[in-house]
Structures are given as C-alpha cells and as structure tokens.
Ligand binder design. Structure first.
Ligand code: LLP
Length: 424
C-alpha cells in the first residue's frame, strides 16, 4: 500500500497534488511520501518483531535511498542503518541514527573508512573476506580498540530479480565461502583485536520467492549450530535485505508477513539476536519520479515516441536492468480514453535512454505530467549528471506539506564544482 492516489482526478502524494510540486520545483523531480515510508517500516518491523531475541535490529539499507530526510523519518521510527561507505555512515549519523544501530557492510572497505567506523562506534563491521579481516584487525590494533565484527558468508543461494543484483551465489564477489566459514570464524575469534559477534548474509535484491530465503536461512542456521558445536560464540545473525516489491502488473512478491513466517519456522529455538537490512521494500513504493512530456513524436510508420524531460541519468533502472516502472499520467484520463502504444524515452543522446517500449498509455500531449511509480528505491541515489543535466532534485511530502529535501543544482553550481587546471 502507498500514498500516491487520485484526488479529484489528479495524482497526489498524500494530500499534495503532484501538479503543485511540478509547478513549484520543476521537473524532473523525485517525490517521496512520509506516510508510505513510515507504513512500510512499521509493517516490516511488526512482521519480524517476535523473531530472535531481543527485538531484531532493522538496519535500513541506506543505499536504496540515502536522502537525509528519508533517513530521519526512518531513524525517528527506530530504524538502524546498513551502510556501505564512510559517506553512508556519515549520512546515517547526520540523520540522528545512533552508531550502535549502524552496520558497516561492503566488499572493499578502505582503511580510512574502517577507521572512521571504529571511531564512530558502529555496532558491527560485516567482514567480506580474509584480507579484509586482517585489515580490520590491524586498524583496530593501531587505534588501540577492539572491532565488533560479523562474518558475511556466501551461502551459495541463487536469488534476486536478475544476475546484476544477485549476490549470494558462490561465483559472486560477496562474502566468505561457506566451506571456509568455520576456519575463518575460529581464526577471527582468536584475534585479540576483534570481537566476533556472529554471521551475516545477503543473497540478492527484488527476491520474489520464499524458497531462496528458506534455503539461505537453513544454511545459516546450520552454520551457526556447527560454530556453536565447536565452542565458538555466535550471538548475532544478520539476514540482509532483498525482499521484493510489487512493480505493478508484475507477479506480486511475498510480503514481510510471509517472509517472517518462513524465518520463524526455520530459526525456531535458535536463540540468537537477528538483524535485517531491508532497502527496496521500505523505499521503492514510497517514491515517484515526476516528469513532463516534452514532445509526442509520431513517425510515418505510426511509432509514437513520448519524449520526456526525465532521462536515464535520473532513473537508470530501465536502461541498466530492463526494469519495469509503471508510468501513470498525473491527470487521470477520461474513462473511455483508448490506450495507445508509446516508446517512452528521455532526451539523452543514446538509444539506451528508453524507459519503455510499446507501453500502453492514454493519449498524452506536450506539457502533460507523468509519474514513474515505485521509484523511491535505487532512483535518485543512482542518478548522475550525464549529458550535463543538473542532478535531479528530491521532495518530501508530509500530509498537506512538502519540502525540497535536495534542491536542483543551478548551472553555476554545477560548473563551479570543476576548477580549471591552473595551467589552462
Ligand atoms: N544489504 C546488503 C549487503 C546489500 O548489498 C543490499 C542491496 C541490501 C542490504 C538491500 O537490499 P534490498 O532490500 O534493497 O533488496 N540497484 C539495484 C539494487 C541493488 C541492490 C544492492 N544491494 C536495483 O535498482 O534494482
């Protein structure tokens, strides 16, 4: 459920018509709903609440949408943060998320980032490999501290919507191989500069079937039991993120309730403290990308191009993953409007700048507004200035109010970011 609905024939975010935002801020612009963010977080939290002991840590995956206001909304509800860079840790702290609720993940953490994480007092560094284990231990020793870590294990489970976002297969770059897990865990546990809290995994994103979740949980439970059988202490199990979301007329993935039910069954009696790293399931359907039609270009062969002012640099998912985003006209079409196929494209100079081919839409004309739905996760965070287009702005709605939570840079600001080489 989300809070983008028609009001008096116009698409609105909560009580704010999207037309008003387009007029005030210009397009393209991302628009987020506070109520949807809050709802998604509380639904997830309530679903997993009874699992493990004490209450699970829900470390929102900052990479999905790292806008400071979004982080503040979630942090105020008790969310922690799953971070993958010093920048993300800084964002989470700036949004008021306590370091004790921050997890530092990622495959190639740099020494200065590890140092920053240790000095900030993050809850746990999820270690992805033996070389990284040594780097974290050396950094902790240098700082005269002890690093709390978990070992990210690669459980060799295939999951996720496509190969680019599947992370749990043995061939992917992530985590320590299951066959080495016990040896590395024992080695880490013997290191005076490390406190090994437990194990972690994350098998992919936009996961649509519970079978892979179950396989992951079964394998991780087995590992926890083997480690404990060897006398090692395993207090925490981080199950990562990955739960899929409905991207309109796509098969509906299982929701947090069914996800939690599988975990409750598989992990029953394990006596462990759990953490989760949901990103997409919290943010995707809490945001839209609002764009205006620049032209409708009809070719002699009848092909219609809907040329928008948003482009692949603003929303890369269709170009990068062939991802489907529902595209809705902001003004509801007449009930008897016939649908027509459009190729929906942006102005960037490559054919890859195509959001959809042969998409059935009601008649649209230059100046009309459209909304890309489910764009709150992996939308603005993956935007760029390609073609020297100013970075797309972001707006947060709360009831009948809205605020620009990242302004569109001016052209002067864009150019000022690049000092000329002194010899030029
Ligand atoms: N934890 C870790 C360690 C991750 O790598 C990720 C996502 C998450 C949690 C959150 O996963 P989620 O709950 O959002 O599925 N850009 C791609 C998605 C990449 C996901 C990367 N890792 C897309 O637009 O589909």
């Amino acid at each position: 459920m989300n809070h983008f609905e028609l009001r008096d024939g116009e698409l609105a975010c909560e009580a704010v018509p999207l037309v008003r935002i387009a007029e005030a801020v210009g397009t393209p612009v991302y628009v987020y709903s506070t109520a949807t963010l809050e709802r998604h977080f509380t639904v997830f939290r309530d679903a997993v609440r009874g699992l493990g002991r004490p209450e699970p840590l829900i470390a929102y995956a900052v990479k999905a949408n790292s806008n400071l206001s979004v982080l503040k909304v979630l942090g105020d509800l008790g969310a922690g943060a799953d971070t993958v860079s010093e920048g993300e840790i800084r964002r989470a702290i700036a949004a008021g998320i306590a370091p004790e609720r921050i997890i530092f993940s990622g495959v190639g953490k740099l020494e200065h980032e590890i140092e920053f994480a240790l000095k900030s007092g993050v809850s746990e560094i999820n270690i992805e490999s033996e070389p990284e284990l040594d780097l974290v231990a050396r950094t902790a020793e240098r700082l005269g501290t002890r690093a709390t870590v978990a070992l990210r294990i690669n459980p060799d489970v295939s999951a996720g919507a496509n190969d680019k976002i599947s992370t749990g297969k043995a061939s992917s770059k992530f985590g320590i191989a299951m066959v080495e897990a016990e040896r590395v865990y024992a080695r880490a546990s013997n290191n005076a500069h490390l406190r090994v809290a437990g194990v972690a995994c994350h098998i992919g994103s936009q996961i649509g079937d519970l079978a892979s979740i179950e396989e992951e949980a079964v394998k991780m439970r087995g590992l926890v039991e083997r480690l404990r059988g060897e006398g090692l202490i395993v207090e925490r199990l981080d199950l990562g993120g990955g739960l899929g979301v409905p991207y309109f007329n796509q098969p509906e993935p299982p929701g947090p309730d069914r996800y939690a039910a599988v975990l409750a069954r598989v992990l029953d009696g394990l006596d462990i403290s759990l953490s989760f790293e949901p990103g997409r399931v919290i943010a995707a359907n809490a945001g839209v990308l609002l764009s205006r039609v620049t032209h409708v270009n009809i070719r002699p062969d009848g092909r219609r191009f809907l040329v928008l002012d948003a482009a692949m640099n603003d929303l890369i998912r269709p170009a990068m993953y062939e991802a489907f985003h529902d595209i809705r006209p902001v003004r509801a079409p007449a009930a008897d409007a016939a649908l027509e196929p459009y190729d929906v494209v942006g102005p960037v100079c490559e054919t890859g700048d195509t959001f959809a081919r042969d998409r059935s839409l009601p008649p649209l004309a230059a100046g009309d507004l459209v909304a890309f739905m489910s764009a709150g996760a992996y939308g603005a965070v993956m935007a760029s200035e390609y073609n020297s287009r100013p970075l797309v702005p972001e707006v947060l709605v709360h009831g009948d109010q809205f605020a620009v939570v990242r302004p569109r840079p001016t052209y002067d600001q864009m150019l000022a970011a690049e000092p000329l080489a002194p010899w030029l």
